[in-house]
Design a protein around this ligand. Structure first.
Ligand code: FES
Length: 331
């Protein structure tokens, strides 16, 4: 018996696209990729094609009542299947632990259609940086850089070599790849890798917050827009000075106050408004909502600082208004 609560969900067509598209997928293969990391190959239960995707895309997986996001990780997209990798995180809300404990070849899961908040922009050269399980969105980017004929290099850091997934896969690219296990080589020295600003070069990185912070510091002399990052853990949010503010849900004709200890998403859900959400931590991008008026205080881990400065939308699971000002939203 499948131990997962998949039978309670309404399943859309497997060709559905967009944030509401959900589909049933079957695990065709489970592989141990490193200590505490497994990969799952997902296929359509009836052998139909799964929706296509671009490097940087992720899907939601619902398991044990928790929805988590996983990057699609094939270096070369495989027709008819997706690969994700799952790190067992003892401190997680349970999604990754449940997958490790209960998901095997043959298990059926509920997934979303792919979404991409981390697209690979055109460039002549790329510097890829991965920390731990952050290698997963980087693998398809490497494949795409190869197909585009772009120059690229990869710095891949992790705690220990045996905790780092897909090392053999990336090592097959030769000396463009630098593997840095912390227990034998120490932490990655980004100041060395990024000292020289390279023309026509973009930096793409995914990993834990300390790695991304160190990278941002080491690249702050690079042109604005050079660094593109994806957080797989939400950035810490300081909510000590949060105040109440008013939101007009313009599309619904409803106005409500948002208390200091509740999110816009919470209040909108209480009002029965047609929200979309998944992570509720400002990581996945599902709850993006257009801002018609007002000054948003962006607290998500999706947008870059440059994007936040000119954004005409916000992620209502975490973001609020600046200084308690009024917001008018397209909801
Ligand atoms: Fe994931 Fe808001 S629900 S960013």
């Amino acid at each position: 018996m499948n131990p997962l609560p998949v039978q309670d969900h309404t399943i859309a067509s497997p060709t559905a696209s967009g944030p509401t598209g959900r589909l049933r997928v079957r695990v065709s293969e489970r592989v141990t990729e490193a200590a505490d990391v497994i990969s799952l190959r997902l296929v359509h239960p009836s052998g139909e094609q799964l929706p296509t995707w671009d490097p940087g895309a992720h899907i939601d997986i619902e398991v044990a009542g928790v929805t988590r996001q996983y990057s699609l990780s094939d270096a070369v997209p495989a027709p008819g299947s997706w690969r994700i990798a799952v790190l067992r995180e003892p401190t997680s809300r349970g999604g990754s632990r449940a997958i490790h404990a209960t998901v095997h070849a043959g298990t059926e899961l509920i997934a979303s259609a792919p979404r991409n908040r981390f697209p690979l922009l055109p460039a002549q050269k790329y510097i890829f940086v991965a920390g731990g399980i952050g290698i997963t969105p980087i693998l398809p980017m490497i494949g795409e850089a190869e197909r585009r004929g772009a120059e690229w290099s990869l710095v891949y850091g992790g705690r220990k070599l045996d905790s780092m997934a897909f090392v053999d896969e990336v090592m097959s690219y030769g000396d463009r790849v630098t593997i840095v296990p912390e227990d034998t080589k120490g932490r990655v020295d980004f100041s060395e890798h990024l000292r020289q600003v390279l023309d026509h070069t973009l930096i793409y990185a995914c990993g834990p917050a300390p790695l991304l912070d160190a990278l941002a510091q080491a690249s702050n002399h690079w042109p604005t827009g050079s660094l593109h990052v994806e957080h797989f853990v939400a950035q810490e949010i300081d909510s000590t000075d949060d105040v109440e503010f008013e939101v007009e849900f313009a599309a619904s004709g409803v106005t409500a106050m948002i208390p200091p200890d509740r999110s816009i998403l919470d209040v909108a859900n209480d009002l029965g408004l047609p929200t979309l959400s998944s992570c509720e931590e400002g990581v996945c991008g599902t709850c993006q909502t257009a801002v018609w008026e007002g000054d948003a205080d962006h607290r998500d881990s999706v947008m870059t600082d440059e994007e936040k400065a000119s954004a005409s939308s916000m992620f209502i699971c975490v973001s609020r208004s600046k200084a308690g000002s009024r917001l008018k939203l397209d909801l």
